[in-house]
Ligand binder design. Structure first.
Ligand SMILES: Cc1ncc(COP(=O)(O)O)c(C=O)c1O
Length: 155
């Protein structure tokens, strides 16, 4: 399972006795901090309500959620209403890219070929939905990115 493969001291069942597996892919998955597990355990193990529901379990869940939102907002210097919980990074990337373009004052996106595919696909969706240009720059495309951002200010 993920937890055991994330261990830095796990030894393989065969091969050299000196070999130790070291997990270095924390960008894709990292083990959950035991303090977070401790806080979340009651919610995982039962007694959790739908935070949108008006019954007592729902109200308790809403209070916990709002508390977490307020703490996170303080941590990053945001307002609680600006903190949106998502189910994962793909959803968050879509929300950020499409949300900014639909609501922000400047509707110009500059991205790079080395972005995560969920970012690139969100930009492609916008490109399809709009007739305006969507600039993409690769690893050597700094000048194209500069050019794109310059046109962003002059549009
Ligand atoms: C930058 C980035 N965006 C999106 C994802 C996809 O994450 P999820 O599976 O939570 O949608 C990953 C996963 O590693 C990522 O690193």
């Amino acid at each position: 399972m993920a937890r055991s493969s994330a261990s830095s001291s796990e030894r393989p069942s065969s091969g050299s006795a000196a070999a130790t597996r070291v997990y270095l892919d924390y960008a894709a998955f990292s083990p959950v901090d035991p303090r977070v597990v401790a806080v979340m355990r009651p919610f995982f193990e039962g007694g959790v309500g739908n935070p949108s529901a008006p019954h007592s379990l729902g109200l308790e869940a809403r209070a916990s959620l709002d508390g977490a939102r307020a703490k996170l907002a303080r941590l990053v210097g945001a307002t609680p209403t600006g903190v949106v919980f998502t189910s994962g990074a793909t959803e968050a990337n879509n929300l950020a890219v499409k949300g900014l373009v639909s609501r922000g004052p400047r509707r110009h996106v500059v991205t790079s070929a080395v972005e995560h595919i969920s970012v690139i696909n969100a930009c492609r969706d916008l490109e399809k939905a709009r007739s305006g240009p969507c600039s993409r720059s690769g690893t050597s495309g700094a000048s194209r990115a500069r050019e794109a951002s310059r046109s962003m200010w002059t549009r």
